[in-house]
Design a protein around this ligand. Structure first.
Ligand SMILES: Nc1nc2c(ncn2[C@@H]2O[C@H](COP(=O)(O)OP(=O)(O)OP(=O)(O)O)[C@@H](O)[C@H]2O)c(=O)[nH]1
Ligand SMILES: [Mg+2]
Length: 496
């Protein structure tokens, strides 16, 4: 374990400015009474001011009650000036800092300016307030001092945690899941991509509604008991019900639409299967350089962007191996640690593309601080979508800027790998050769004399088969090698 002073360098910083006690872990905080509503603090004029300003600014946060279901559609959180907050439970200080750096990158990708980033070491996130209850005041002072309008927490928070924090911080509080959903919403372009993101957002919203519902059910109890007082009769209850029904209707419709769209995709895949064209999926952590690599491998002209989740719609390119065989290469949506399960669910049909491929080219950013961690995170998602058994080629990218020692370390850990730079083109020839090597081999051996009139068959052998010998004779092309079952069937007529 690292030395104490170092572990809490951030806390020490805070202590200087806002008087946090770096040594106090809050593990003894008492949550028995729950704490929403029993905040002992006085409400100051400044607080009210801020609250008023906050009311005005609160445009389309995920916690806004739904006036209209269309509000959910492709909503952007409008995160502008944010403070990041993390709880660090295990692992090294580097892990904690990498995680915060990634959160910052995600926040910036969503279009916000990161004003401050803090994390706290705890055994577990506080069930009421995520960070320790005693740290919330310090956090509020930071929020006020920086003029932030949003706090982003590095995890998936319970609705009650978000609510408690908002009540005390007086600014919008969102979690990592909402942030990622927001980025996906901003980036989705195709009809299918948009529908997938919307489905994920609605599922996320639905859970938050349940949180509010829990609050309201107490009011209902009061009314049922005959106490239909002013406080117990708010419009909330019926509104929650309506909202929930509308969300459910919308979810059902999106599921139907997506199923229809997935149908088209499946037909396309079956067509490809029938023609026995091998498919290669380029997968990897977000920003690893998947789109750049596909561009390099095929000259495809796909959006490359130094932002996370630039690619949400899979792009597939047909390409030809050096021996003439045809295969497809697909770009895919980037993976991330703790990819919100709503997204994995919603993007299932896109991800099936990966699960259904013959080879996964797993791109890793060799210049990243924790490439092994990224490899692990990607493999977790691959396992979740049933792609764990597909052959995998690791492509260590960004060799032009990566530390050679890190590359050597990765090579040793992942022997089945190649090193490339999609930027400079270094290693691309080797990568192509390695991909071709890993493509599934056609299964059936043949030896045939194909008449010159059947040039089409010879073409097909070039594209789909492997040729071991070829000779032009007076009677036609004598050709031997391996072919797909269907092709070998046709060739049987000319077998020698
Ligand atoms: N230095 C260097 N930068 C690279 C290399 N390959 C890609 N990049 C940069 O890395 C960033 C991300 O590249 P993309 O190809 O968009 O990455 P991606 O994996 O498709 O990302 P998402 O679609 O967002 O998941 C871009 O700024 C690229 O220019 C490389 O070999 N070297
Ligand atoms: Mg991309």
């Amino acid at each position: 374990m690292t030395n104490h002073a170092e572990e809490f360098s951030l806390d020490a910083e805070l202590e200087k400015t806002v008087g946090w006690d770096a040594d106090e872990f809050d593990e003894t905080d008492d949550f028995e009474s729950g704490y929403a509503g029993d905040d002992p603090e006085e409400v100051t004029a400044g607080d009210m001011d801020l609250a008023a300003r906050h009311e005005l600014r609160r445009v389309a946060g995920l916690r806004t009650e739904l006036e209209d279901i269309t509000e959910v559609e492709y909503r952007q959180l409008r995160l502008e000036r944010v403070v990041l907050v993390g709880v660090w439970t295990d692992g090294t200080i580097e892990d904690a800092e990498n995680s915060m750096a990634e959160l910052a990158l995600l926040a910036e990708t969503a279009g916000s300016e990161v004003l401050d980033a803090i994390y706290q070491r705890r055994q577990n996130p506080d069930p009421a307030t995520y960070v320790g209850r005693g740290k919330v005041d310090g956090l509020r002072e930071i929020v006020q001092a920086t003029g932030a309008d949003t706090v982003i927490c590095d995890g998936e928070l319970a609705p009650s945690q978000l609510r408690n924090l908002e009540d005390r911080l007086k600014v919008k509080v969102v979690d990592r899941t909402a942030l990622i959903l927001d980025i996906f919403a901003q980036h989705a372009k195709s009809k299918e991509g948009k529908a997938q993101v919307e489905l994920a957002q609605l599922n996320y919203m639905k859970q938050r509604l349940r949180g509010w519902g829990g609050n309201l059910s107490r009011q209902v109890g009061g009314r049922v008991a005959g106490g239909a007082g002013i406080g117990g009769r708010g419009p909330g209850e019926t509104k929650i019900e309506t909202d929930r029904r509308r969300i459910n209707d919308k979810i059902a419709k999106l599921r139907r639409d997506l199923k229809a769209m997935a149908g088209t995709r499946t037909t396309m895949r079956q067509e490809r299967r029938r023609n026995a064209v091998p498919s290669v999926a380029i997968a990897g952590y977000t920003n690893a350089g998947k789109s750049s690599l596909l561009n390099r491998l095929t000259g495809a002209g796909i959006l490359v962007d130094d932002s996370l989740f630039a690619t949400l719609d899979p792009t597939t390119r047909r390409t030809t191996a050096s021996d003439g065989r045809v295969y497809t290469l697909s770009d895919t949506v980037g993976f991330v640690r703790q990819l919100p399960h709503q997204l994995v669910e919603a993007f299932r049909s896109t991800l099936e593309e990966v699960a259904d491929s013959d080879l996964i080219v797993h791109v890793v950013d060799g210049s990243h601080a924790d490439p092994e961690g990224q490899i692990g995170a990607v493999r977790e998602v691959l396992a979740e979508i049933g792609a764990a058994k597909i052959p995998e080629l690791i492509v260590i990218n960004k060799a032009d800027v990566a530390d050679p020692l890190v590359i050597a370390r990765l090579r040793q850990r992942e022997p089945h790998s190649v090193v490339v730079s999609a930027r400079t083109g270094e290693g691309i020839t080797e990568a192509l050769a390695a991909i071709e090597d890993d493509l599934p081999r056609p299964q059936v051996e043949f030896d045939a004399l194909v008449p010159y009139a059947r040039g089409d068959l010879v073409d097909q052998i070039h594209r789909l088969g492997e040729i071991t010998s070829l000779e032009h004779t007076a009677d036609g092309t004598r050709i031997a090698g391996r072919a797909t079952e269907a092709l070998a069937g046709e060739l049987a007529t000319y077998a020698v």
